[in-house]
Each structure stands twice: as structure tokens, then as C-alpha cells.
Design a protein around this ligand. Structure first.
Ligand code: CS2
Ligand code: MG
Length: 412
């Protein structure tokens, strides 16, 4: 079998997605997600200009060799653009292998290790009342684990909080499906870590009082704290028994986690912006985290993320793969197949794509009783309707950015 055709398809149904579509001389089609939120076209150019010419004529069965060829062959390794491009190739090749074998990808990865994948959704609100409504609506949708993000008194707009768009002067800014603002410059948000640290423990206390001790609760600190601030937050949240505290400090400074770890037993998750096992190596070996947040789409594909998670398993560290709406349905399917197969699955983030996205990408996964399952169609189980995709041209969109009250740029 040979790769005959390699197309890069950009579509923007509810938000921008980049998909690599490979077709073989035997007519098998494989899809890979190459979406890099806010910098999508850089990956499109990387794929079209530099990767597609290398793929034509290659044997699609040689997944490991193709991965090494693209990673080592380029000499310039790692980085989000390179690794999103390689990820798309890797996913598409697994998809083709599954279709050629007549098996879902999770079977090729060793078969199912569980009935389904516990998934968490994103509850948020500017106020505690709004937050409670959001938690209730997630429980009604069947979620059995919930991330809690809340507004902070005195701050006008915080990333990850739905329904603040109107106040921020843009009624179209909805976090759930469109955190990136289309066509304009990025939205400015504001931040005050001391106000946040004062406010958040009380919110978790209120949520526990309202919803009881059992519901797994998560929180994303989105890289905004210093190590000592993160240590304090971890300690202050201990009574509320979090499933995890995510990205408490900027992910580049891995030593920060040593300090956080010395002070708190709140479980830590990190890695949605990491690209390779090298980013995780030390924090896994030193057992500084509890969950690996890497996305199939941004870690170079199923092949290297499986290796990273197998390594993490030696230290009882589990998966918590990134799954916001900027991971396309193809990337989500890849995460579900991998999560079903590995032994050390922890939890899967699941935000739910919009209706238009689901019309462009037909998917075989199921969502019932708070659990995801990738389905049993051969390959990844996703097809792309090219005509439907063509209705939604690319629209420039930026993620927001953050400033402190005195105007200083801050991590968001
Ligand atoms: C977030 C994401 O899902 C998460 O945990 O951190 O919303 C993240 O900010 C976006 O994926 C950025 O593209
Ligand atoms: Mg996050």
C-alpha cells in the first residue's frame, strides 16, 4: 500500500480546525488533527510545504518509521507547530491501519482496558449562583466529574468563565465553543492573584456544601501562580478533596512543582502545552505530578503519547488528556482510543463540540452515564464531510491575553 494523496483541510464550523487527510492507493482514507488554536495556519504551511511532499508514495503501514523520519529527519525538533503536524500524520496512519485491519484503533493498541472513559466537563460562572446552575446543568447532561472555574470579585473577565462576554462588551464571546475571538485583535482580560487566592477556597467550600463530598471536582489555575502561591492554594483546597489542580504554575518551570509538591497533597496535573516526553521526563521520574495532560494533537500523535503514558505508569501517574473544543473531533477520537487501551487511564476532558462541528465531522463515539467510548468502527471512527467543511472558511481568531491592574502582562 502507498500514500497516494495528502490534503490539508481547514474549516471553521464553530471554530477553526486543521485536518490532514491521507488517501492510499487502495482507497483507505485516514484523518489527523493538526489544530493549533490561534496559530492554525502555521501548521497548515508546515504540512503543505514540508511534510506532504515526504508522504506521497510512502508505506502507510510504517507508523513508527514515518514518525521518526519526520521528527529526526527535520533536525529542528519539538515545538507546537512541528509536533501538531507530526501528530496529524501519526493519527491518520493509525486511522488507515485500523481501516485496513477492519478494527477500531483501540484494538490495535492492545484492546479495551475498561468499559468506558470517565469524562469531566467545564462548569463556570461569574457568581456562585451562576456556577451552581452550571454544575446542575452538567449533572443533568450526565457528567460525573466537573471542573469548577469562577469569577473573582473585582475582575471583569477571566479565561474559562462562560457568560462573561456581555459584560466584557462582546456578547459573542462564549467560552464553551469560542474562546478565541474571530476577526479582531485578542480580548484583554484582567487578573489579581491575591484576590483569586482569597476567593477560590470559599467557592469550593460552597460547592462541596451544595453538591456533597463524592462528586470529583477539578480546577485549572492556567499557569497564573508563582510556586509559593500555588503551594498555598493547594493547601487551602485540601479540605475540598480535589481530583486535581491543573497548571498551577507556568509549565516551563518544572522546578516550581518541587516546591508546590512539598507543601500540599492536592493532586497536580500539568502538560496541555507540552510537546514531547522530554517535557514530562523529570516531573514524571520525580513524581511531581499525578496526571499527564498532554493532548494527542500536541504531543506528536498516538505513538509518542502512548510511550509517555507507559513511562508515567511506572510511577502510578495517570492520563488526563487535554480535550477542550480546540481539539477537533479527530483529536478527541484519538484520545478516546488511547485512553480506552492504556492501563493507567485517569480521566478525559470533554467539553462537547457545537452542532456545526458535528455536522462537518461525523463521529462514532458514544457518551452515556458520564462515560465516553470511541465506538467500534474501523480506524478512529470519524469521517469528514468535505462539502460541509467547505461552507465554513477559516476566520482569524486569537486567544485572549491577561494584564494586571497596573497594565503588566501576566500569564493567562
Ligand atoms: C484549557 C484550555 O481545557 C483546558 O484545560 O486550559 O481551554 C486551553 O486554554 C485551550 O485549549 C487553549 O487553546
Ligand atoms: Mg487547562
Amino acid at each position: 500500500m502507498r500514500i497516494d494523496k495528502a490534503e490539508v483541510i481547514v474549516t471553521s464550523p464553530d471554530r477553526n480546525f486543521v485536518t490532514l487527510r491521507l488517501t492510499t492507493d487502495e482507497g483507505h482514507v485516514g484523518l489527523g488533527d493538526a489544530t493549533l488554536n490561534g496559530r492554525e495556519l502555521a501548521v497548515v504551511a508546515y504540512l503543505k510545504e514540508h511534510v506532504v511532499p515526504l508522504l506521497l508514495g510512502r508505506d502507510p503501514a510504517a507508523i513508527e518509521d514515518t514518525w521518526q523520519y519526520l521528527y529526526r529527519g527535520a533536525y529542528w525538533r519539538r515545538g507546537p507547530v512541528t509536533m501538531a503536524a507530526i501528530a496529524a500524520v501519526d493519527m491518520a496512519l493509525w486511522d488507515i491501519k485500523g481501516k485496513a485491519a477492519g478494527m477500531p484503533v483501540y484494538q490495535l493498541l492492545g484492546g479495551a482496558s475498561r468499559r468506558g472513559l470517565l469524562a469531566y466537563g467545564h462548569a463556570s460562572g461569574k457568581t456562585t449562583d451562576e456556577l451552581f446552575d452550571s454544575v446542575r446543568s452538567h449533572l443533568e447532561q450526565g457528567y460525573r466529574a466537573i471542573r469548577i472555574q469562577t469569577g473573582v470579585p473585582g475582575l471583569k473577565a477571566i479565561y474559562g468563565i462562560a457568560s462573561q462576554g456581555a459584560d466584557a462588551g462582546d456578547a459573542d464571546v462564549r467560552y464553551d465553543h469560542e474562546p478565541a475571538r474571530r476577526g479582531a485583535l485578542p480580548m484583554e482580560e484582567d487578573w489579581d492573584t491575591r484576590a483569586y487566592l482569597r476567593h477560590l477556597p470559599g467557592v469550593f467550600e460552597a460547592v462541596r456544601n451544595e453538591f456533597g463530598p463524592e462528586l470529583p471536582l477539578l480546577h485549572d489555575g492556567h499557569h497564573r501562580m508563582t510556586p509559593i502561591q500555588a503551594a498555598k492554594l493547594g493547601k487551602d483546597l485540601e479540605p475540598y478533596d480535589l481530583f486535581w489542580l491543573e497548571d498551577c504554575t507556568p509549565a516551563e518551570n518544572q522546578e516550581a512543582l518541587r516546591l508546590v509538591r512539598q507543601h500540599t497533597t492536592t493532586p497536580l496535573a500539568i502538560g496541555e502545552i507540552f510537546n514531547t516526553v522530554w517535557d514530562f521526563k523529570d516531573i514524571i521520574r520525580e513524581q511531581l505530578i499525578d496526571y499527564v495532560r498532554g493532548a494527542v494533537t500536541h504531543m506528536g500523535g498516538i505513538t509518542p503519547l502512548k510511550k509517555t503514558l507507559d513511562y508515567a505508569a511506572m510511577y502510578q501517574i495517570k492520563s488526563g488528556m487535554h480535550g477542550p473544543t480546540d481539539i477537533s473531533p479527530v483529536g478527541m477520537a484519538a484520545a478516546m482510543h488511547l485512553g480506552l487501551a492504556i492501563h493507567n487511564f485517569g480521566i478525559q476532558e470533554y467539553m462537547q463540540h457545537g452542532t456545526r462541528t458535528n455536522e462537518v465531522f461525523q463521529q462514532s463515539f458514544t457518551w452515556a452515564d458520564g462515560m465516553l467510548h470511541p465506538g467500534d468502527e474501523p480506524g478512529l471512527g470519524v469521517t469528514l464531510d468535505v462539502d460541509e467543511a467547505g461552507k465554513y472558511p477559516y476566520a482569524q481568531a486569537y486567544l485572549p491575553y491577561n494584564r494586571l491592574h497596573d497594565g503588566t502582562m501576566h500569564d493567562w
